[in-house]
Design a protein around this ligand. Structure first.
Ligand SMILES: Nc1ncnc2c1ncn2[C@@H]1O[C@H](COP(=O)(O)OP(=O)(O)O)[C@@H](O)[C@H]1O
Ligand SMILES: [Mg+2]
Length: 242
């Protein structure tokens, strides 16, 4: 799905990504792991066009996408969530789902003013499916942290996409919501979705991932099957050194 080739990125004096090379397979769940500051989010931002790499290239299904705008990459079928959930405080759950149903940013306003055409029942079902225990008219600012994570995930999934990229989808949520998200992602995997996710939680990664890429300063330490990667001495050392 993706190929990341010799990608480097420096922020001032910090060489955040020292040279990253990896591939993300299709129809699998791939986990990017690594200690805090390992460059995971930066790589997500580079892949999705939010940050330009200093060197190297990113390919999406064989097509070079380095330097493309985030909306262009999104429109190619790359749907993502953010580590810090980004919602519009003064828009409702309904508005957010409506926006997600059309992946072209330019249609944002059209979406907001075309609300009468939407089947509210379908959205009620989305809330049920994701376990969002609020009404469609609730404002994003009224939602708990866990509910915002669920809404963000629902939006990412509803956008037309070929890959879902999730930055720490269960970080900071309670055990109930974590299990809900895990089961939901397992379902998506059964349906053949391609997912690239970042996570810290080893149990979560073991349960979900088919393929694991362990990073340190953006450099791949080890990759492969979860058991192999999660028991590798270099990976354990990188975590212990945190
Ligand atoms: N916009 C930025 N400006 C300066 N430094 C940054 C910026 N983004 C990330 N970094 C630095 O790059 C390194 C990698 O960060 P990040 O990609 O967020 O790591 P991770 O997601 O693996 O925890 C860290 O040292 C971080 O402080
Ligand atoms: Mg991060």
């Amino acid at each position: 799905m993706f190929k990341v080739e010799n990608v480097k990125k420096r922020f001032g004096g910090v060489q955040a990504i020292k040279g990253s090379n990896f591939e993300v397979p299709e129809n699998k769940i791939t986990a990017l792991i690594g200690p805090n500051g390992a460059g995971k989010t930066t790589l997500f931002n580079i892949i999705t066009g939010f940050i330009k790499p200093d060197e190297g290239d990113v390919y999406f299904r064989g097509q070079r996408i380095t330097g493309k705008h985030p909306f262009e990459i999104a429109n190619m079928g790359v749907s993502r969530t953010f580590q810090q959930v980004r919602l519009f405080k003064y828009l409702t759950i309904f508005d957010h789902l409506r926006m997600a149903d059309d992946n072209q940013d330019t249609k944002l306003f059209k979406n907001l003013f075309a609300r009468q055409k939407v089947d509210k029942e379908a959205y009620e079902k989305v809330l049920e499916q994701y376990g969002i225990e609020r009404g469609l008219d609730a404002l994003a600012s009224e939602l708990s942290y866990g509910q915002r994570k669920l809404l963000d995930l629902a939006m990412a999934q509803r956008k037309q996409h070929k890959i879902l990229m999730l930055d720490e989808p269960v970080a900071g949520v309670n055990a109930v919501i974590q299990e809900r998200i895990e089961n939901y992602l397992l379902d998506l995997k059964q349906q053949g979705e391609t997912i690239l996710l970042i996570d810290h939680d080893m149990k979560f990664v073991r349960r979900l991932a088919d393929y694991v890429i362990a990073l340190d300063a953006g450099v791949v330490l080890v990759d492969g099957e979860p058991e192999k990667v999660l028991t590798d001495k270099r990976v354990l050392e990188a975590y212990l050194g945190e």
